[in-house]
Design a protein around this ligand. Structure first.
Ligand code: PPE
Length: 297
């Protein structure tokens, strides 16, 4: 926290901190995986870049260099004796005085790390999850920037998630302002139809996911035609396979959309192939040809 290691119980902030009242935070979710050469962080550089980009969009200068920040992330894993787990860095506006204007409040930083299993459940990785199209749309352009991974954006995610859970689904998929598919409450989405892989374009108000980028790269390398474009809602219903991607969710298949069975209603063959490839890369079981791993030691 702000350059020091403190126990979680002692990591306290003033209740009048700007972030508490106005959602003034920018965060990342990063995973580390156990490999034969010890723990390795997946795409650390890209996560730090996105964190600094999120802050920049909100005219916020992070008082550390990216190199210092990366080192602090590595040190947080080390001090917690974690070879694998989830890392949560957060930049936030602290306490000076309240009022919407954030400029007077200090820019503060924290990094935490813990073990986090499968986001949507162990069985979901094979059986898939049942999702609903949310009645909530993702943020419209020119309202709030979705390229920033900002704390306040997650109120939108919470509405999508709560509605899905209350209605008996495991996840919600939001459409964008124009009615095209955007993303899940905390995941990007991929749709496969006739061997072509589609994912909503950046104009679809989704977070530019780092896992999304990894999957686009890996799938193209495997020879698939991957298209980033507007995806109509009904493409989901007639898809052969669908999967969600995210740091927490990794690659989670979708079995049903609005109760309509997708393919065989479980993980499809292309999803399995990509999932297998992904885990083989992140767990260091094959050559790190994209330079995505940062070893902790
Ligand atoms: N969209 C949203 C809205 C999102 O929150 C995430 C990550 C993604 C897409 C995928 O991005 P990436 O992780 O870079 O591939 N969601 C994070 C937070 C989840 C949470 O419940 O907290 C995550 O996966 O870490």
């Amino acid at each position: 926290m702000d350059g020091e290691f403190v126990d979680c119980e002692d990591a306290k902030i003033n209740i009048l901190s700007h972030v508490v009242h106005y959602g003034t935070g920018f965060f990342e979710g990063i995973r580390a995986y156990k490999t034969e050469k010890g723990g390795a962080i997946f795409r650390l550089k890209e996560h730090t870049n996105r964190l600094y980009d999120s802050a920049k969009i909100y005219r916020t200068e992070i008082p550390y260099t990216k190199e210092e920040f990366n080192q602090a992330i590595i040190d947080t894993l080390k001090i917690n004796n974690l070879e694998e787990g989830y890392i949560r860095p957060l930049i936030y506006r602290g306490y000076n005085k309240l009022g919407v204007n954030p400029f007077t409040c200090p820019v503060q930083a924290m990094i935490a790390a813990w073990k986090w299993g499968k986001y949507l459940g162990e069985e979901a990785m094979k059986d898939g999850v049942s999702v609903k199209i949310s009645s909530w749309r993702r943020l419209a352009p020119n309202t709030m920037p979705t390229m920033a991974k900002a704390s306040g954006n997650y109120l939108s995610s919470q509405l999508i998630k709560m509605e899905a859970l209350v209605d008996g689904y495991e996840e919600g998929i939001a459409l964008d302002y124009n009615g095209y598919v955007s993303e899940g409450s905390g995941e990007n989405i991929f749709i496969i139809k006739n061997n072509i892989i589609y994912t909503p374009a950046m104009s679809g108000s989704a977070l530019p996911g780092i896992t999304r980028d990894a999957i686009v790269t890996v799938a193209r390398d495997l020879g698939y035609d991957v298209r980033e474009e507007g995806v109509p809602r009904e493409m989901l219903y007639i898809a052969d396979e669908i999967f969600l991607t995210g740091t927490a969710a990794e690659i989670t298949p979708v079995s049903r959309v609005d109760k309509i069975k997708i393919g065989a209603g479980e993980r499809g063959p292309i999803t399995e192939k990509i999932q297998t490839k992904f885990f083989s890369i992140v767990e260091g079981r094959e050559e790190d040809k994209y330079n995505w791993l940062t070893y902790i030691k």
